[in-house]
Design a protein around this ligand. Sequence first.
Ligand SMILES: [Zn+2]
Ligand SMILES: [Zn+2]
Length: 92
Amino acid sequence: MPCETVKIGDSYAIVCSRGRRRKTCLYCSREHEFLCDFPVGKTKGGKTKTCDRPLCRKHSLKGVSEGVDFCREHYPIAKAAYERRMAAFKND
Ligand SMILES: [Zn+2]
Ligand SMILES: [Zn+2]
């Protein structure tokens, strides 16, 4: 992380820049193109909070719904939940 010394009045401060570059994929060093859409909770406003791990094209795992991507950790959980829903639907 690049750090520089900045003079503020009579004193100096060390300023480290962060997030200047785009996030890279969680599993490799490529730029991310997708974010994991697995719901991990709710925000204060009651919106669904998602995992949001950055993923490149190669490492994003496609969900059943179009435009939904998952990281490696959450894909099997999402798939199992989907299959449970489908199984329950058939039993009705
Ligand atoms: Zn990757
Ligand atoms: Zn995830």
